[in-house]
Structure formats: structure tokens, C-alpha cells
Design a protein around this ligand. Structure first.
Ligand SMILES: [Zn+2]
Length: 286
């Protein structure tokens, strides 16, 4: 059963905590996505994937969705009007405080679902801090690192370099919120990092070197990728695929063992000896 944290009473939260639920925190962003997509693009996509993932979670499983983080770390987009960003130094303690407070309510498992690359570093630090403090098993998932879905014929460079306002994000938005998409502004913008990757031996995307960039360093429009390849149908395929992957992550989270004190500080032993409610559900349906 999927519950929304803020719609429950405090008594219901206590009852829920006794079922050892998995808490979900969606981390999105409010940042420019070119002239064809709205500022809320990452948050809308994250929500769309999350909702699809819930369809694969059996009813007897206990999952509670925390209020979303709809502003993230978008320093790379601050040159563009409309972007609202926390600094990394602000987001880390916010997530840590949130984690501490759900522990106080009896929650022991947290999955942070991240739909914006710029949040990753802050979420990693916050997740590690919470884990080190004990009481909470924490994992973070970046949906955009899931394996690619089969059957979508984007060119290779679109998958690798078209990551901001390109064909994947635009397709998912066409399916989720066509009313917010402006097809008349679709264009194809190649990334300067792609060009560098071809020219340079060590610097490039997904290589060992981290080259930091602002959005207008990689294309003056603020986006990279080919939005003209986008379609509603592809968007639906992407969302279904990422939603399925995410549901697997949720079920995996239940197979992490908390130590017997419930502290959760000693590293989660794989494969609990005593299956919890979520695990029982996943087994039953697999
Ligand atoms: Zn985005």
C-alpha cells in the first residue's frame, strides 16, 4: 500500500512505522530546460516515474511517500532566469534533518529518488551522514543511470550527450504534460562536451575526469540533445521502463538487513533471514 506522508495523522504514522515501511523522497529541481520545456521538468518526470513504479508494488507492501523536494541544486543553470537553486551546503543539512525526523517517527528505510543530476553530490553526502548516524538505511537512485530501455532507436550520442532538454526528457514530458511542452521551439543542440570527447583522450562525459560546467558552457541555448526526435509514444515507453526499474530498487531495499537492534548503522546485511512485509509481497508476486 502506498501512502502519502502528509495526508496521514500522527496516529496513522505510528501504525505505519510498526510495519517497517520504505519511505520515498523524490528530489527534483526548478531549473531552466530551454525554450520548449518548463522549469519543473525534472520534478514532473520524477513524479511520473515514481507513479509508474508504484503500479508494480504489491498492495500488501508498505511504502510511504514523503513530501517532494521540488527545489534542488541547480548551480549550473543559475545563469538562466527562473532557475531556483539551493546551494549544496543548504541541501545537505535539509535532507539530513528530514532523515533524522523520520527516524524519530519510527522509519528505518529511506530511498531517495533523484531526477536531477545536479542533486547527486549533495544527496550522496546527506545519505552517508544519515547512515553513519545510525537508525536509517538510506539509498539514492538516479533514474537517468538505469539501463537503457530496449526498442528505442535514438542515436548513440543522444543517449550519452542529449541529457538536458533532449529527446528523452522531451519525450517523457510530451507524454506527461503535453500542455507544458512547446514543440514550435524544438531544436537540436549538440554538446560541446561531445565535441571535446571526440577530440580529447581523457576529458569527456562518463570518463574518469570530472570536468565541471555551467549549462551555457556546453550550449548557449541551455539545453543539449535533439528534441525533434521526441514523441509521446517514446515518452510512455521510457516512463514505463524507468518505473519498472525503480520498483525493482524498492523491492531490493527490503532485502537489505537492518541489524537486530534496528539501529541500521552496521551495514545492512544482504538478504534478511526473516522476510519483512515488503519482501514477502515481492516474493509472492515474482
Ligand atoms: Zn532535466
Amino acid at each position: 500500500m502506498i501512502k502519502d506522508w502528509e495526508f496521514l495523522t500522527f496516529h496513522e504514522i505510528s501504525d505505519l512505522a510498526r510495519r517497517d515501511p520504505l519511505a520515498i523522497l523524490l528530489a527534483g529541481s526548478t531549473e531552466q530546460h530551454g525554450s520548449h520545456l518548463p522549469l519543473a521538468t525534472d520534478s514532473i518526470i520524477g513524479n511520473g516515474i515514481l507513479e509508474r513504479s508504484f503500479r508494480h508494488i504489491p498492495d500488501e507492501n508498505s511504502v510511504v511517500r514523503l513530501p517532494d523536494l521540488s527545489i534542488g541544486v541547480s548551480l549550473e543553470h543559475t545563469e538562466f532566469p527562473g532557475t531556483i537553486s539551493y546551494s549544496t551546503e543548504v541541501l545537505i543539512p535539509m535532507v539530513v534533518e528530514l532523515g533524522r525526523q523520520i527516524v524519530r517517527a519510527g522509519i528505518r528505510r529511506l530511498l531517495i529518488v533523484n531526477s536531477h543530476g545536479g542533486n547527486s553530490a549533495a544527496l550522496d553526502i546527506a545519505g552517508m551522514k544519515l547512515h553513519a548516524e545510525g537508525g536509517l538505511s538510506v539509498a539514492k537512485v538516479d533514474y537517468f543511470r538505469f539501463p537503457r530501455p530496449k526498442g528505442i532507436e535514438f542515436p548513440e550520442n543522444e543517449w550519452t550527450h542529449g541529457f538536458h532538454g533532449g529527446a528523452t526528457e522531451t519525450s517523457m514530458m510530451m507524454h506527461l504534460r503535453p500542455d507544458l511542452v512547446k514543440p514550435e521551439n524544438f531544436c537540436s543542440n549538440s554538446s560541446k562536451i561531445e565535441e571535446m570527447s571526440q577530440r580529447m583522450r581523457m576529458i569527456g562525459r562518463d570518463r574518469a575526469v570530472s570536468l565541471y560546467w555551467m549549462a551555457d558552457d556546453i550550449h548557449e541555448s541551455g539545453t543539449v540533445g535533439d528534441a525533434t526526435l521526441s514523441s509521446d509514444i517514446i515518452g510512455q515507453q521510457l516512463l514505463e521502463h524507468y518505473g519498472k526499474c525503480l520498483s525493482q530498487v524498492m523491492l531490493d531495499m527490503t532485502e537489505l538487513d537492518m541489524d537486530d537492534s534496528g539501529r541500521g548503522g552496521g551495514f545492512l546485511r544482504l538478504m534478511r533471514s526473516r522476510p519483512g512485509p515488503l519482501l514477502q509481497g515481492s516474493r509472492k508476486n515474482s
